[in-house]
Design a protein around this ligand. Structure first.
Ligand code: PGA
Length: 252
């Protein structure tokens, strides 16, 4: 019953003109492939162009972050109202690069998630262990704790607009992928945590993506796992062929 969501995370790539060209090329390749939701999360400056280019297609557009305050003296930040007005529907929150390079914590991730949900976005909340945590055997504790902190105070009703992206930090942009078994197991731990917090029905309904070097070669076996409900895709979302192949794997 839960939706598979294939979402691209473009990170700091693509200009507006490249965005328009990419979506024009992608749209016919993924037309009618409706067994999954298809989302592109793009840099702020590309969003308006992306929304325009995606009109009339089955591609949805999202941002890569959002600030939690409504407005004010927060130089360099972007608000929910700004993103709403230009047509973004999704927002990635708490990506490991934000946590690693820009000081995001579970506290700010929680604030941003609450603001995004209150504004009516679908929030793709990212979490996952770093390499040392996996090696120390504490992955389950880490993802469970992050799930609890990131979702603190979020109602069961609002949870319906949350997607979790499980992204082991050691697998992002490294070419290393979690094995399908590791991905399934850890997504399962997150689902169990959701069950403890919100009950079994909510846990069964929530979409939990895997992210971390998912590509056209490995997508099918990752997506075949019962607890893996899609992917958050970085590098491979910048290539029409590779991204289309991942959408195809989700529609097989
Ligand atoms: P990657 O990025 O697919 O390039 O590893 C995934 C992500 O950071 O969301």
């Amino acid at each position: 019953m839960r939706r598979t969501v294939i979402a691209g995370n473009w990170k700091m790539n693509m200009t507006p003109s490249q965005t328009a060209a990419f979506i024009k090329e992608l749209a016919p390749c993924v037309a009618g492939k409706d067994a999954c939701d298809i989302v592109l999360c793009v840099p702020y400056v590309d969003i308006a162009t992306a929304v325009e280019a995606a009109k009339g297609t089955n591609i949805k557009i999202g941002a890569e972050n959002v600030h939690f305050e409504e407005k004010g003296a927060y130089t360099g930040e972007v608000s929910c109202a700004m993103l709403k007005e230009i047509g973004a529907e999704y927002v990635i929150i708490g990506h490991s690069e934000r946590r690693q390079y820009f000081g995001e914590t579970d506290t700010t991730v929680n604030l941003r998630t609450k603001a995004a949900l209150a504004a009516g976005f679908k929030a793709i909340v990212c979490l996952g262990e770093v390499k040392d945590e996996r090696l120390a055997g504490i992955t389950d504790e880490i993802v469970s704790m992050q799930t609890k902190l990131d979702l603190a105070g979020i109602s069961a009703e609002d949870l319906k607009n949350v997607i979790i992206a499980y992204e082991p930090v050691w697998a992002i942009g490294t070419g290393l992928t979690a094995t399908p078994e590791q991905a399934d197991e850890t997504c399962g731990v997150i689902r169990k945590t959701i069950a403890d917090l919100y009950g079994d029905e909510a846990a069964e309904a929530i979409t939990i993506q895997y992210g971390g070097s998912m590509n056209d070669k490995n997508a099918a076996e990752l997506l075949a796992k019962v607890n893996v409900d899609g992917g958050l895709i970085g590098g491979a979302s910048l290539k029409v062929d590779a991204f289309t192949a991942i959408v195809d794997a989700a529609n097989a």
